[in-house]
Design a protein around this ligand. Structure first.
Ligand code: HEM
Length: 207
């Protein structure tokens, strides 16, 4: 079949294997970008055009709050998000309650954290690394368009970001060394869900 049998699937190998597991995760993630988003992207842009890139402050606040739902990881964003939300409040905006995209995603990831470490690691990797890549580009674009270029704390990391990322890559690679090929593939196959859930949160910016 097109999807391949369970056995074929469990033995499937991905490029980057020799360079460590993070390279395999990155390969799968980059393919799920559109060409528009990243040079290495291969995904077809959606048939129905995305809504025009017109961020709103209320939508951006919903996006920031839903990201704050995501706790207990290494490259923590919660503290800087709290500062950003305090800043918006001072500016007179009311902070929305978390909405379903963030609540759904955090419930899903929390569930995985208890029962499916491989799938959980996939979300951990994609979320934190996405914030440092496309996330920063988005932050800049939104800031230019609706925040007079104000740089949010969300996009600032303590210390040298590339070093922080490399430390996390090393740790992820070490953890994955103990996994079987099947467990690695299970992790890689979760990437699509990571894009789906994050995409819903991302769209809040335009809501
Ligand atoms: C990397 C853009 C959404 C996960 C990248 C890179 C770009 C990019 C340009 C390449 C960075 C490099 O040169 O190494 C975007 C844009 C997005 C988007 C514009 C949406 C508008 C997402 C989503 C996810 C994601 C939804 C997953 C939840 C990743 C990961 C990397 C990456 C894991 C690799 C980072 C690394 O190697 O350090 N993205 N991206 N991206 N993106 Fe995205």
């Amino acid at each position: 079949t097109a999807a391949g049998t369970a056995e074929e699937k469990s033995k499937k190998r991905y490029p980057g294997e020799g360079k460590g597991f993070v390279e395999e995760m990155r390969f799968v993630a980059m393919k799920l970008h559109t060409k528009d988003q990243a040079k290495e992207g291969e995904k077809e842009a959606q048939e129905k055009p995305l809504p025009k890139w017109e961020p709103t402050i209320d939508g951006y606040l919903k996006f920031l709050v839903d990201n704050a739902e995501f706790r207990n990881t290494g490259l923590e964003r919660a503290e800087s998000l709290a500062k950003d939300l305090a800043w918006f409040k001072e500016e007179g905006y009311s902070i929305p309650e978390p909405s379903s995209p963030g609540l759904n995603y955090s419930a899903y990831v929390e569930e995985l954290s208890k029962k499916d470490p491989q799938a959980f690691i996939c979300h951990f990797y994609n979320t934190y690394f996405a914030h440092t890549a496309g996330g920063r580009m988005i932050g800049k674009k939104v800031a230019e368009k609706i925040l007079n270029g104000k740089e949010l704390e969300f996009y600032k990391w303590d210390g040298d970001l590339s070093q922080l990322l490399q430390n996390v890559r090393d740790k992820l690679n070490l953890v994955a060394e103990k996994w079987t090929r099947e467990e690695k593939n299970h992790c890689l196959e979760e990437t699509e869900k990571s894009f789906k859930y994050s995409g819903e949160i991302l769209r809040l910016i335009l809501s």
